[in-house]
Unconditional design. Structure first.
Length: 230
């Protein structure tokens, strides 16, 4: 058993990032990035991915354009990228390990939850609707709800306010360095859940680094029974 003790004050709400935390969309974004850059004879490198990950899509796409001095506007690159992504979602989109069990446990304990993502609303709705998941969250905050995207704390401050609790009473689950910077800056109970490329990121200031959404420390901090408990 873990000797991790729940923090004070008691955690009352949970806020989820979307991409790379709830779903495998970071893998799909990388496929899209490789495709649109390959059409131009360019490579989607790990270094470029690190700069883009966790940011609002318009900012991330501008970084890609600037990185290679591409002759295309952000709206046009966004449209091209969306066309590639939409083709991937029906067969390749999947929830990440532990997501469904954690949602079930939070609902059984009547702990409110929200999503706070840098992705645009139309994409978020498409992803959630594929798994009939939108109604499972009290609030879904997207790029359109804020002016300053991650690593600014705005979206997590807004999420805590929307859920009616102080940031310090709010657990934030994030996979990226930039996302965790936002959660830490908002003074939430920030938990890093990295995977793939983000395993190489730095997570200064987080409460702990979880191995997945199945990590028993997440359950302990929320006073929940772990999914394998009898």
């Amino acid at each position: 058993m873990s000797d991790f003790q729940p923090p004070a004050p008691e955690l009352c709400t949970v806020v989820f990032d979307l991409d790379g935390l709830m779903f495998n969309t970071e893998d799909l974004y990388q496929h899209v990035g490789r495709e649109v850059l390959a059409r131009r004879g360019k490579e989607f490198t790990d270094e470029l991915l690190d700069q883009m990950m966790g940011r609002k899509s318009t900012v991330a796409l501008q970084i890609m354009i600037d990185w290679y001095d591409l002759d295309i506007t952000v709206p046009d690159l966004a449209a091209e990228s969306a066309e590639v992504m939409i083709g991937l979602l029906p067969d390749r989109l999947a929830p990440l390990p532990g997501l469904l069990a954690l949602l079930d446990a939070l609902e059984a304990a009547q702990i409110p939850k929200a999503i706070a993502t840098s992705s645009p609303r139309d994409f978020v709705v498409r992803v959630l609707d594929q798994f009939q998941m939108q109604t499972r969250f009290e609030h879904v905050l997207t790029a359109e709800d804020i002016t300053q995207g991650k690593p600014a704390p705005d979206v997590y401050l807004l999420a805590a306010k929307s859920l009616g609790h102080a940031p310090r009473q709010t657990m934030v689950l994030e996979d990226s360095q930039i996302g965790c910077q936002a959660a830490v800056a908002a003074e939430t109970f920030a938990v890093a859940v990295p995977s793939g490329r983000s395993l190489q990121h730095k997570f200064d200031g987080v409460e702990f680094i979880a191995h997945s959404l199945e990590d028993s420390r997440i359950y302990a901090a929320l006073n929940l029974s772990p999914p394998n408990a009898c």
